[in-house]
Design a protein around this ligand. Structure first.
Ligand code: TYD
Ligand code: MG
Length: 467
């Protein structure tokens, strides 16, 4: 039998293995992603080198006995919401996010909360020294929480520590990229190390029933580093997002075997750590300047939660041959589409103007229902007339200029009403039940009604550029 090659070159982006090095991965076309690693099959003790004869296992039906998974609540309401009602014992969770966003802070707060509730929580840090974590705990006011702490990156030592004494209820690994196993020769952070360490830890979690929380680094594209295989291995994948210039942080679940994936948790980073935000709309609209032109409030829904945010537009005459279009928190293709629709269907040409669109609070909006609010903000900035402060907008704009219905209409209306808005400009189609309310509904079928001022409650745009 041919001797198996001991070395292989593994793509750090997709996990494909090759026998020769190349500048570009033939599988995912990523450049400079191949790293020399020792072949897993050649590592003694992994059991992958030789196959054994299997035994027959008993097959079962779907309607058999179930052990109902008892969850335990974390003490952090927003985290419980995102995980679908608490942490399931034996589950493995991966939490990703940009450096400095607050992953370590969140997990330390979680560990302290569980430890204070009488559960055993162990925190392994591979990125900071024990003293640094203690310093953070002091800042968070958690010095007295009985969290067990260690600065360790060697997988064998971690496994040995976990096997010693009473099994813990929660194990935090900060971060999975810093761990290394002696059995594998590859450097920490490489695909085989990350995969090997994750596998071993998940096996321990499933056997002992402790909840495992792994911190994962993200790449510059915002994905969790290492191949997708890590995301497949764990039960829950959470992303911690936000803009470092803003205090708001959103915890989003993108995969959850024990709950829905459309939930978000909202936190605010303050000097004493992460504070839970029960009513995010109030926070996002807190510093609103409703008197200046170019701002519109969008009645959005994130997951199942209503979220009112301000969309800001600036339209200014351009000195350039090709006017600038810049977006923050918004998709630039979607902005181009809205400008084209406003031009072609409503006769408002932005061809000689620079256009900037910003979502306040560092939020990223992906919902198509925000189109109408963005158009209202663009038109307001273009005409120089501020929109009425008590108006909110939602509705998707199609290429024909028609305003299409959006989901969760009742949720959006209720939130707008709760925050004291008086008028809602929204799609004509779609059922809503709002009962008796003081909010006036202005239902429009086409974007041209927004332009003509019938819906926006203001004058026509002053000038049409390019004419
Ligand atoms: P950290 O949890 O270390 O981020 P990550 O582990 O995701 O890299 O977050 C650190 C940031 O949070 C840092 O920039 C300082 C800020 N911070 C506060 O504003 N208040 C606090 O109480 C703490 C602990 C951190
Ligand atoms: Mg950290």
């Amino acid at each position: 039998m041919a001797k198996a090659a001991k070395q292989s070159y593994v793509c750090q982006s997709c996990g494909a293995a090759f026998s020769r090095w190349a500048g570009k991965c033939a599988s995912c076309n990523e450049w400079n992603s191949l790293v020399e690693e020792q072949n897993v099959a050649a590592v003694p003790g992994t059991g992958l080198a030789k196959s054994t004869k299997g035994r027959v296992i008993k097959l079962e039906g779907l309607n058999g006995d179930m052990s109902k998974t008892p969850r335990f609540t974390t003490g952090l309401v927003e985290l419980d919401r995102v995980t679908g009602g608490g942490i399931v014992p034996g589950c493995a969770m991966l939490i990703g996010g940009e450096p400095g966003i607050g992953k370590s802070t969140l997990l330390l707060q979680l560990a302290a909360s569980l430890a204070n509730a009488g559960r055993r929580a162990i925190y392994f840090t591979g990125e900071e020294a024990v003293a640094q974590v203690r310093l953070r705990a002091e800042r968070l006011g958690l010095r007295d929480a009985p969290v067990e702490l260690a600065a360790e990156t060697n997988l064998s030592n971690i496994m040995a520590t976990l096997g010693d004494g009473k099994p813990p209820d929660l194990v935090v690994i900060d971060s999975i990229q810093t761990l290394w196993a002696d059995a594998l020769e590859a450097a920490p952070g490489t695909v085989s190390q990350v995969r090997g360490a994750t596998q071993a830890l998940i096996r321990y979690a499933k056997n002992s029933g402790c909840a495992l929380l792994l911190v994962g680094h993200v790449t510059k594209d915002g994905n969790i580093a290492g191949p997708k295989v890590i995301e497949h291995m764990v039960d829950t994948v959470l992303y911690f997002e936000g803009d470092r210039g803003h205090p708001f942080r959103i915890l989003r679940s993108v995969k959850n075997r024990f709950g829905a994936t459309d939930e978000i948790g909202v936190f605010e980073m303050v000097h004493t750590g992460l504070r839970e935000v029960a009513n995010p709309s109030e926070l996002f609209l807190g510093e609103r300047d409703s008197k200046s032109p170019g701002t519109a409030v969008f009645a959005g829904v994130e997951g199942t939660r209503p979220l009112l945010v301000e969309i800001q537009a600036l339209v200014a005459p351009s000195a350039l041959g090709t006017p600038r279009r810049a977006v923050v928190g918004w998709d630039s293709n979607r902005l181009s589409m809205l400008l084209a629709v406003l031009d072609a269907r409503c006769g408002v040409a932005f061809g000689q103007h620079d256009v900037y669109l910003n979502v306040a609070g560092g939020l990223k909006i992906t919902e198509p229902a925000a189109d109408l609010a963005a158009c209202a903000a663009l038109l307001s900035s273009f005409s120089g007339n501020a929109l009425p402060a008590e108006h909110v907008y939602f509705g998707e704009v199609s290429l024909s200029g028609a305003v299409r219905p959006a989901g969760h209409m009742a949720t959006r209306l209720k939130e707008a009403q709760k925050l004291g808005f008086k008028q809602i400009v929204m799609p004509a189609a779609g059922e809503t039940e709002l009962g008796r309310s003081k909010v006036k509904l202005t239902r429009i079928t086409h974007l041209k009604y927004l332009v003509s001022g019938q819906a926006a409650g203001r004058a026509k745009p002053k000038a049409k550029a390019g004419k």
